[in-house]
Design a protein around this ligand. Structure first.
Ligand SMILES: [Fe+2]
Length: 516
């Protein structure tokens, strides 16, 4: 239908009437790709710093088969890892590979492995959220009790990962590496853990050396946590298991209420033995709905545990209902004789209340909680009210006081149900001055998370905190091209662009993995 516009007002009406896509998490920059590609000797514009010797890896959802746009949830797409290997100023290869969960193998017509490691976690969803290297292994990570997978250096799937049998029932998508010890700290959640979450420390040999079960108020979705030099900080927030999503759509309508009551009384309250939980999702049927939803009855709290403490040592602080996927960093310091904990996070007013397909129903902002551990007082402030996500810092400073943080500004796309095309920015925040700058990026470039790679130094204090490279995937609309984008951490100006053979969809999280 054509519109004749007589005034700017009518033009605005025409734009507002643009039909939203069936599912904004399946279109434009987020649309999945259909092929696994291997390309070598990639074209580079600019100069890749010589110290970058390794791989940039990033994970994200990319359904292997057709999905129903009416019910598809962004967080449940099959995992696909995209990697680029850099060495000697060159980009040696690009590869993208689906993580071979049981469902992906079945969809691709590949044989199932002879045995399944059900202790590693639930099997049918793929590990789609993060990817990192630890103790010589490449790990594709997810959360919620779903199995994680080990990959080869070239991103082929080895099999489920349970850290040599030391950590079962699933791990976490957001471990934090202690910059002093190299150990991975994480908090894992799963409905199978009952009313607990599990803090764990994976040593530098890739084995759990310590786990602590921590009691919470129910079965929350605990996507990330904060690690300081002294404390483990838990975000126990009101997005919790929705038992009906676990019971499934096959329950007849007249049975749904009693089934829900039964499910609520069992799932998320009692501990479910690991192999039984794994079997909940062991079949090869794809499950694309997320079983978590906003729960207005659930108390919003922040938990603070000394690193070597236990469940009884956790102090809980009430906060206003909200949701946090990603802290930027946290640290404690003494002010006027009081010990104060500073938590910088990206915060949402609400999550999975009105929109069950993804995180687009409220606009995430950069906020700070300050907890006075001496008096118990909690204060909250908004540091930046622009819409932004994917906070990263120079992680050699993790757990201590940071000066700089980087976030991705997002407008349109899934934040307005796809009515306008997504645009992105890169923000550099200076917490010392309270100011921020916007990276001078090409206007036709949209980006995802940007990781910070510090310039090598014998001691981090030798260099400025922002002396390094920001690296992540982008899509150049004008060139219709996927790119690996490298920016200077100080100026945020382009250092190099690696031109990729296909678009890399906006995904979740990535990390630089140096050659060992
Ligand atoms: Fe995340």
């Amino acid at each position: 239908m054509k519109y004749q516009c007589y005034s700017s007002l009518e033009a605005e009406v025409t734009i507002a009437a643009t039909a939203a896509p069936a599912n904004p998490y399946l279109t434009d920059f987020l649309a999945p790709v259909s092929a696994e590609v291997t390309a070598t000797d990639l074209t580079v514009t600019g100069h890749i710093p010589e110290f970058l010797d390794g791989r940039y890896l990033r994970n994200g959802p990319n359904p292997v088969a057709e999905v129903d746009p009416a019910t598809y949830h962004w967080f449940t797409g099959d995992g696909m890892v995209h990697g680029v290997a850099l060495q000697g100023g060159k980009a040696n290869w690009y590869r993208n590979r689906w993580v071979r969960s049981a469902g992906v193998r079945a969809a691709l017509g590949e044989p199932s492995p002879a045995t399944r490691n059900l202790r590693a976690g639930m099997q049918s969803l793929g590990a789609n959220t993060n990817v990192l290297a630890h103790a010589g292994k490449t790990l594709a990570l997810v959360e919620g009790g779903v199995a994680n997978y080990e990959l080869t250096d070239e991103l082929d799937t080895v099999g489920p990962c349970d850290f040599d049998g030391t950590l079962t029932g699933g791990y976490a998508a957001h471990p934090h590496r202690d910059p002093r010890t190299g150990e991975l700290h994480a908090v894992s959640y799963s409905f199978a853990r009952g009313r607990t979450v599990q803090y764990s420390v994976i040593d530098t040999h890739g084995r759990a050396r310590r786990t602590v079960d921590i009691e919470v108020s129910g079965s929350p979705m605990m996507h990330d946590f904060s690690l300081t030099d002294k404390y483990v900080v838990l975000y126990d927030l009101p997005v919790t298991l929705d038992p009906m999503q676990v019971v499934g759509a096959k329950v007849p309508a007249w049975m749904r209420h009693p089934a829900k009551l039964v499910a609520q009384s069992v799932i998320g309250r009692l501990r479910v033995p690991g192999p039984i939980a794994a079997m909940v999702n062991r079949n090869e049927r794809q499950a694309y709905q997320l079983p978590y939803a906003w729960n207005p009855k659930y108390p919003a709290r922040i938990g603070v545990m000394p690193r070597e403490g236990g469940n009884a040592d956790v102090r809980w602080f009430d906060i206003e209902p909200c949701y946090v996927y990603h802290p930027l960093n946290a640290y404690s310091e003494v002010r006027d004789g009081n010990e104060v904990l500073v938590l910088d996070v990206v915060r949402y007013q609400r999550m999975f209340d009105r929109d069950p397909r993804g995180p687009g129903e409220s606009r995430p902002t950069l906020d700070r909680w300050t907890i006075n551990l001496t008096t118990g007082a909690v204060s909250s402030e908004r540091r930046d009210d622009r819409t932004q996500e994917f906070p990263r810092i120079n992680e050699t400073r993790l757990g201590g006081r940071h000066r700089f943080g980087y976030t991705v500004g997002i407008e349109g796309g899934f934040l307005d149900s796809g009515r306008t095309q997504m645009s992105t920015s890169l923000y550099k925040h200076d917490y010392a001055t309270g100011s921020s700058t916007v990276a001078p990026l090409d206007r036709e470039l949209v980006i995802g998370e940007m990781s910070f790679v510090p310039r090598p130094a014998t001691s981090p204090q030798e260099l400025g905190e922002d002396d390094g490279i920001l690296i992540g995937y982008g899509y150049h609309r004008g060139r219709d091209e996927g790119q690996l984008v490298l920016l200077d951490g100080q100026t945020c100006e382009s250092v190099a662009t690696v031109h990729l053979p296909q678009r890399v969809p906006m995904g979740f999280h990535g990390n630089w993995s140096p050659r060992e």
